[in-house]
Design a protein around this ligand. Structure first.
Ligand code: RIB
Length: 337
């Protein structure tokens, strides 16, 4: 098999994010004055690619931007962060994707996305050649839910045909994931509410999903799937048919850490988490298909690295600009280990 040039290939979205800083989220019919606003680069796919590159993985991005100044800005910042952008498609007469992000005083957000080039595919049954090239030269393929799921499905199928590992981050549009996509992924990374959607559970009349439910209702159908669960301030977990491992974030939310690291904006934390998990996985599990005896110990390191990366991310405003460098994460790791 040909050697992979890249550790990670992100097939996904790129957007410009308009942040509106508000005291509270608007309610229906309310006219609200924002305290401030700013524009930054973002989009879940682009954020994940930048996070992976800044954390040290050779990374390529496959996606679509418009031929506008926002598309130019994304290419520039992503290239400067070390992402190979040679397989990005720039569409004429279609605008680059957008996200309108209201951010409250606690650093929590609420987001409306405008698809633009991210959702503009002439044929949903054809995977663009640029995407195939990027996938072929990479080891781990990272997907999200901001481009059409039909395209993500084709990317996953193509990736599996070429013996790649596929991670689906469940962030993005709130829509059902096609079965054929689930059949062609190795890792899925949801938070609790995204997990409910994956498992077709009505969130309003159901508490937190348990490990047993994940095993009975999801892993019994997709036995080779590994769930990498994002639990926010509680930490994260890896769940397989046979194993369960939780790494909590208690060490991160201790007063001495919180005095140094101030939480300002949670936007992009999930993107950062998933990318960081993949980066560490690539390092600690260098061969596909091998049963590592110390797999749980290695997974623990992946989760800790991802938790710390996401924590550094939320101390900086914006999504893409808040993706941390490896040194910042290593510095935090040295304080909590
Ligand atoms: O996950 C954060 C991202 O979600 C933002 O950058 C924004 O573009 C939205 O898509």
């Amino acid at each position: 098999m040909a050697q992979n040039t890249y550790s990670i290939c992100v097939v996904g979205s790129g957007s410009f994010d308009l942040f509106l800083l508000v005291n509270h989220f608007p309610v229906e019919g309310e006219t609200l004055q924002a305290n401030d606003s700013f524009i930054k680069n973002g989009g879940k796919g682009a954020n994940q690619a930048v996070a992976a590159a800044k954390l040290g993985a050779k990374t390529i991005f496959a996606g679509q931007f418009g031929q506008d100044k926002y598309g130019d800005g994304l290419v520039e910042e992503m290239s400067q962060s070390g992402v190979d952008m040679s397989k990005v498609r720039r569409l004429a007469n279609v605008q680059t994707g957008q996200a309108i992000i209201t951010l409250n005083k606690k650093g929590e957000n609420s987001i409306i996305i405008v698809g633009g080039a991210n959702t503009h595919y002439d044929h949903l049954n054809v995977l663009p050649q640029e995407f195939k090239d990027a996938i072929q030269s990479s080891r781990i393929i990272l997907l999200q839910k901001e481009i059409p799921l039909e395209i993500s499905k084709l990317a996953a199928i193509y990736a599996k045909q070429h013996n790649k590992l596929v991670m689906l981050d469940c962030g993005g549009r709130d829509e059902d994931i096609p079965e054929e996509l689930l059949q062609n992924i190795d890792f899925i990374s949801p938070n609790q509410s995204e997990l409910k959607r994956v498992m077709n559970i009505n969130s309003s009349d159901h508490g937190e999903i348990t490990i047993d439910e994940i095993r009975q209702q999801l892993l019994s159908k997709y036995p080779n799937l590994t769930v990498v669960l994002k639990e926010g301030s509680k930490g994260s977990a890896v769940i397989t048919k046979t194993d369960y491992l939780h790494v909590d974030s208690a060490s991160l939310i201790k007063p001495d850490i919180l005095n140094t690291y101030k939480i300002v904006d949670t936007t992009g934390a999930g993107d950062c988490f998933t990318a960081a998990f993949c980066v560490e996985f690539d390092k600690l599990f260098p061969q596909n298909g091998v049963q590592y005896e110390d797999a749980l110990e290695k997974y623990k390191k992946c989760l800790l690295f991802a938790n710390c990366s996401a924590f550094v991310c939320i101390t900086v405003m914006g999504a893409m600009p808040s993706m941390p460098k490896l040194e910042s994460v290593q510095q935090l790791l040295s304080k909590v280990q």
